[in-house]
Ligand binder design. Structure first.
Ligand SMILES: [Zn+2]
Length: 272
């Protein structure tokens, strides 16, 4: 699933081309991905609106529109936003669930193989229930607050990092990478972390996410950038997807364990 670095990459890609463009026409090819309002209303209400800006909150993309309303896109498991130019005769993209025809001959396709993605058109995106439940953005979080958030939490540190109400934007992949970077065993209860370990974790969150954004995110599964090209962060993965392979630091073997229904990758020698 795309996490903060992937969604941030798409947001930055969109910001270079979308603001100022007008929605000419919207085609909902599969109504399952349009959660609010009814698909026909969604299509009609977007027509003629100009996109003012594109924002991100957690893993959510927000298209701010000229009339103050907003369209939000949650990519979930397999969602993609891909930009193309309309060519004479051929204007259909086979995998598209929703196509946004924009001014200047540009089409934004929302592709989503498994149909878990969620599109909404709302008056105030900050009032969406999902948004109100989100924890702080990693880059806005102070160390003092982070330390306070960890204290008293008995949850394993890895599942806690993935809880969107705790911190927004971190998922299974980056939680594993961040904990490796901080040398912390993913099974440790959050409150057992010393001051030094909390500090290392705090720094690792920012470092890993920042570097992943710099390289356009990780293209595993379905994630692609707006151009349709992959992100390049996979080559920097230290543990994720490397079960049984030698750790880059100690040469011991990377292990995979189930944790909260997901796979956790870590190095038992380096992470204590
Ligand atoms: Zn190691």
């Amino acid at each position: 699933m795309p996490e903060l670095p992937e969604v941030e990459t798409i947001k930055e890609d969109l910001r270079k081309v979308i603001p100022g463009k007008r929605v000419i026409r919207v085609c909902v090819h599969n109504s399952r991905v349009v959660h609010e309002p009814a698909p026909a209303v969604f299509e009609k209400a977007l027509r003629g609106k100009k996109v003012k800006d594109v924002l991100r909150r957690g893993k959510l993309l927000i298209f701010e529109l000229s009339n103050g309303s907003a369209m939000t896109v949650h990519l979930k498991m397999t969602g993609q936003l891909v930009l193309r130019k309309t060519k004479n005769g051929s204007t259909e993209s086979p995998g598209s669930r929703v196509s946004f025809y924009l001014s200047g001959g540009t089409v934004l396709d929302f592709n989503d193989q498994r149909l878990f993605g969620e599109l909404r058109l709302v008056d105030d995106w900050r009032r969406i229930k999902f948004v109100r439940g989100l924890g702080p953005e990693p880059f806005d979080l102070s160390y003092a607050d982070f330390r306070k958030m960890l204290s008293g939490r008995n949850t394993g540190i890895k599942p806690l990092l993935m809880e969107q109400s705790f911190i927004s934007g971190i998922g299974n992949l980056y939680a594993s990478e961040i904990l490796f970077c901080a040398n912390i065993d993913p099974r440790r209860p959050a409150r057992s972390l010393s001051g030094q370990e909390s500090k290392a974790l705090y720094k690792s969150i920012k470092e890993v996410l920042k570097k992943a954004i710099k390289h356009g995110g990780s293209s595993i599964d379905d994630y692609v950038r707006l151009s349709g090209k992959p992100g390049n962060y996979v080559r920097f993965h230290r543990v994720y997807g490397r079960e049984g392979k030698p750790c880059f630091v100690c040469k011991g073997l990377v292990k995979r364990i189930p944790q909260g229904g997901r796979s956790t990758y870590f190095c038992p020698r380096c992470q204590k």
